[in-house]
Write a new protein. Structure first.
Length: 128
């Protein structure tokens, strides 16, 4: 990967936790995308310590309008907050109007993020 190009397209988002920050990176390049989606990583940034990778997942950013890919959840008593990730569920188009989304809840276990639970919900596309 061309480092100069990666720096131009990189997107980052920082979230405050109980113990410093979680910074999520979307490399925003087709070089890090494939059948499973695009690579997203998260680093725990603590003062006077090296950054530690605590989250890594391939996510599909293609979601319906007004549906965020990642939102901050509760902290469940941990140093960093949980992450609520939305993903389309399989081949979920039904009659051209209804879709299914899976909300994946990743929570910090003191070392890294792990999948805590998930739910499926349905929604209907609004007519244009």
């Amino acid at each position: 990967m061309d480092v100069a190009q990666a720096k131009k397209t990189l997107l980052a988002w920082s979230v405050d936790g109980k113990e410093d920050k979680l910074t999520l990176f979307n490399f925003n390049t087709p070089n890090l995308c494939g059948a499973l989606g695009c690579l997203y990583t998260g680093y725990w940034l603590r003062e006077n310590q090296s950054a530690v990778e605590v989250f890594q997942s391939y996510l599909n950013p293609n979601l319906p309008a007004n549906k965020p890919l990642i939102q901050v959840g509760d902290d469940r008593g941990q140093a960093l907050p949980c992450l609520e990730v939305l993903q389309m569920e399989g081949n979920s188009l039904r009659d051209g109007k209804a879709e299914r989304l899976r909300q994946l809840n990743y929570c910090f276990n003191g070392d890294r993020y792990q999948l805590a639970d998930s739910q499926i919900s349905s929604f209907k596309h609004k007519e244009r």
